[in-house]
Structure formats: structure tokens, C-alpha cells
Ligand binder design. Structure first.
Ligand code: PAF
Length: 274
């Protein structure tokens, strides 16, 4: 696997490489990322990954400094997963001057996670557009675990007419249901055991809706009560339309239940499509 910290070198190395499938990451790779890398192989001739912990998408009191940086181990995993090229820029390479031109997503950026992480999706959209411009892929893959991020990127790609197919990869879970996430590493052993409650509550809501329940607000309230009663601090549990993450209004059958909750100092998110 080639590793390129510099934009010019990456561009030179990508000349004549056919269809490029791209998986952007912030590193600290787990089986969820690696399943995207393997899926990417089916979509392109050349698989490119990136590792860049993007300061722009972290709030002032968030975990940018603590975010786990495990570059050597990540490189081994990417090489084993068959990635051809890794783009791993420094901050000075990707942001040589303050990034004043940004992508301002529409109202979806203020819903759900956006309410609790102001500016987060602006930072995500901005770096993803920039990475797209650097790598110029024909297809890019993102995990459905970050459901709202996937929708923001799909919307940006469509409305800005970027010639890139966006593919959503299924969430990879531990045997007990916990969605894999780099932030799971922050959990103590006791918290790690408790963490499965989030998936259980989302599954309960999915099962109830499948069984015909339509009192979504009641289901959301019950899940928040169950989580907070077990010591979590829940930002939201929400049943939404898959298409735009708005509350279900009409006959849309494609729903998704999403949640964000804090266990100790760790904020976990998860979702299940219904
Ligand atoms: O999902 C992530 O890891 C990040 O938000 C992304 C898409 C790499 C942008 O920094």
C-alpha cells in the first residue's frame, strides 16, 4: 500500500488508475471501517482510503485532542484489507490557511445531532468536499452508523452535481449488538457492558413499529426513560423518515430510529432502519 501525506504526490500516483473507490476515515480503524474497505474493492479498480482527524467538525469542548490516533496499526489493517493508496495529510497540508470557504448544509444540519453539535455537519461537509476534490473518486463509501452524515453527504453530492456515487455501508456490530465505533475505546469495562442498552432500546422500538405501533413519541419517551434510568444522559431518541430525517408525517414506510446518549464521558450514537 502506498502512503501519501501530500496532495500533489497522491494526485500523481492516481493518474491512470481507472475507477477510484474512496473511503474517508479519521483513523483508529475497526471492523466497520474495514468492511467498507472490502466493499470498496467491488466498486472500483483502485481503493483509496484517507486518515485525517478533522478539527473543523469538532466543537470547542469535544474530543479532538483525545481522539485516538493509531496510525501504524491502521496502516497494517488497511494494507491487509487490500487498500491500494492511503492519503494521510497533516493539518498544514489539508488546511494550509484558515478554511474560510466552507460547505453550509441546509436545515438537516440542525436536526438531531446538529442540535447538540453545532457546526459539526458544516465541518464534515467541508472536509469531505475537499477530500473529494483531492482524490476525485467515482464512488465513495460511508458507514450508515453515521446516518445523518451519510444524508448530508448524499445531499451535497447531488445538489452540487459531484460525479460521485455515494454508497452507504451497513453498521458492523459486536456480538452483543453494540455498533462498532472508535469512541467505544473510551468506555470502562463496566460501561462497555452497559453500552448494549442503546441497541436494545432501538431494537425494541423497531420491533414495536413493525408490530404496528404508531405512537412514536411514546416509544421515544420510554427509551429515554430506560436509558436515563440506567444512568445515561440522552440527547435524543427519534423515529424519523429515512429520506430527510424529519418526523414521519404521511404514509412514508421507510423509517429509521436514531439515538445519541452519553454513558459517563462517552457520547454514543446508533440507529436502526425500519
Ligand atoms: O465519519 C468520519 O470518520 C468522518 O466524519 C469523515 C467522513 C472521515 C470526515 O472527517
Amino acid at each position: 500500500m502506498q502512503i501519501h501525506p501530500r496532495i500533489a504526490d497522491l494526485r500523481a500516483a492516481l493518474k491512470g488508475r481507472g475507477r477510484i473507490a474512496f473511503v474517508p476515515t479519521m483513523g483508529n480503524l475497526h471492523a466497520g471501517h474495514l468492511s467498507l474497505m472490502r466493499e470498496a474493492r467491488a466498486h472500483g479498480d483502485t481503493v483509496v482510503a484517507s486518515i485525517f482527524v478533522n478539527r473543523l467538525q469538532f466543537g470547542p469542548n469535544e474530543d479532538f485532542d483525545q481522539y485516538p490516533r493509531t496510525f501504524e496499526a491502521d496502516c497494517e489493517k488497511l494494507a491487509a484489507a487490500g487498500v491500494d493508496l492511503l492519503f494521510a495529510p497533516t493539518e498544514a497540508e489539508l488546511y494550509p490557511e484558515p478554511q474560510e470557504y466552507v460547505v453550509e448544509p441546509p436545515a438537516i444540519q440542525h436536526l438531531l445531532d446538529g442540535e447538540f453539535r453545532p457546526g459539526h455537519f458544516r465541518g464534515v461537509a467541508t472536509v469531505v468536499l475537499k477530500l473529494f476534490n483531492v482524490v476525485q473518486p467515482q464512488v465513495a463509501l460511508f458507514g450508515k452508523k453515521d446516518y445523518q452524515q451519510l444524508l448530508v453527504i448524499r445531499g451535497m453530492t447531488r445538489q452540487l452535481a459531484l460525479p460521485i456515487d455515494i454508497v452507504g455501508g451497513e453498521t458492523v456490530r459486536a456480538d452483543d449488538g453494540l455498533a462498532l465505533s472508535s469512541r467505544n475505546g473510551y468506555l470502562s469495562p463496566a460501561e462497555r457492558q452497559e453500552a448494549t442498552r442503546l441497541y436494545r432500546e432501538l431494537s425494541r422500538i423497531r420491533d414495536a413499529i413493525r408490530a404496528g405501533e404508531t405512537d412514536y413519541a411514546g416509544l421515544e419517551r420510554a427509551a429515554v426513560a430506560a436509558l436515563d434510568g440506567a444512568g445515561w444522559k440522552t440527547d435524543y431518541v427519534a423515529v424519523r423518515q429515512q429520506s430527510d430525517l424529519r418526523p414521519p408525517t404521511g404514509p412514508e414506510r421507510a423509517l429509521v430510529v436514531l439515538a445519541a446518549s452519553r454513558l459517563g464521558a462517552t457520547r454514543l450514537i446508533d440507529n436502526i432502519e425500519i
